[in-house]
Design a protein around this ligand. Structure first.
Ligand code: HXC
Length: 258
């Protein structure tokens, strides 16, 4: 499938989705978010995909929502079009694991998109920010909520109120990203992580994702209850039998996603 604003490659069970609007530092417009929703849906449905990586360019993961597209809109248009909501929610509907591989700017909607992925690996030149306040608006696809949960209230307030950027070291220290790697090695490291995930049972990966995500939506006790029910349920799968037999027989497991 050919896209105007994305480059999608599938190799060795990993779908690599590259945001591709270099002229606007990958600013997120309706076309890009619509195509991303389609690409994610297709990857989720494709048996040849077991993990997804979303990345941008060396200079920008995405510099935010497209300001040119938004600037003249009225409240009524934004509200009735439910601007960006359906397409950005598609990231959350994706059941296979998604890694954000971030180099350069991840600002506004770009930072929010990265935070909607399951985890973020960033290059040492990455810069994260929620500078919407400089435009007279606030984050619109989850930034005030997710950044606060990820890095705590004080730093989230600082980022949203001052509009300052956070560098890669601070992002790692604050728990926003899982790893920082040299810029030249970003794709190698992100693809290696994706390959590791692709070796597992995709069924189990989806379950892990559902359990961890649950921790943001419920109490500790309910979350642990949810995890335990699922843990027990996995004993009905072939992959549990295969995983544990392979360990005991000192061989690599052959998962069949069943
Ligand atoms: C549209 C953008 C853009 C954006 C950059 N460009 N960011 N176009 N929307 N968000 C365009 C510029 O207009 C310029 O195009 C080209 O990309 C290169 O950008 P420069 O500014 O010349 O590059 P540089 O000087 O290196 O500065 C990089 C930058 C700066 C610091 C990232 O571009 C910047 O501050 N961008 C805006 C960041 C921002 O405010 N993001 C939040 C958006 S609101 P031309 O044609 O002039 O060469 C948001 C809300 C989300 O995300 C809610 C969703 C519902």
């Amino acid at each position: 499938m050919a896209y105007q604003t994305l480059i999608v490659e599938i190799e060795d069970y990993v779908a690599l989705i590259r945001l591709n609007r270099p002229e606007a530092l990958n600013a997120l417009n309706s076309t890009l978010l619509g195509e991303l929703a389609e690409a994610l849906k297709a990857a989720d449905a494709n048996e040849k995909v077991r993990c997804i990586v979303i990345t941008g360019s060396d200079k920008a993961f995405a510099a935010g929502a497209d300001i040119k597209e938004m600037s003249d809109k009225s409240f009524v248009e934004m509200y009735t079009q439910n601007f960006f909501t359906d397409n950005s929610d598609s990231i959350l509907r994706t059941r296979k694991p998604i890694i954000a591989a971030v180099a350069g700017y991840a600002l506004g909607g770009g930072c929010e998109l990265a935070m909607m992925c399951d985890f973020i690996i960033c290059a040492d030149n990455a810069k994260f920010g929620q500078p919407e306040i400089n435009l007279g608006v606030v984050a619109g696809i989850g930034g005030t909520q997710r950044l606060t949960r990820f890095v705590g209230k004080s730093k989230s307030m600082d980022m949203h109120l001052t509009g300052r950027f956070m560098d890669a070291a601070e992002a790692e220290r604050s728990g926003l990203v899982s790893r920082v790697v040299p810029a030249a090695k970003l794709m190698q490291e992100a693809m290696a992580a994706a390959q590791k995930i692709a070796e597992k049972s995709v069924l189990t990966s989806m379950v892990v994702k559902e359990c961890v995500d649950r921790s943001y939506e419920t109490t500790l006790q309910e979350g642990i209850h949810f995890e335990r029910r699922i843990f027990y349920a996995l004993f009905s799968t072939e992959d549990q039998k295969e995983g544990m037999s392979a360990f005991l027989e000192k061989r690599q497991p052959q998962f069949r996603d069943k």
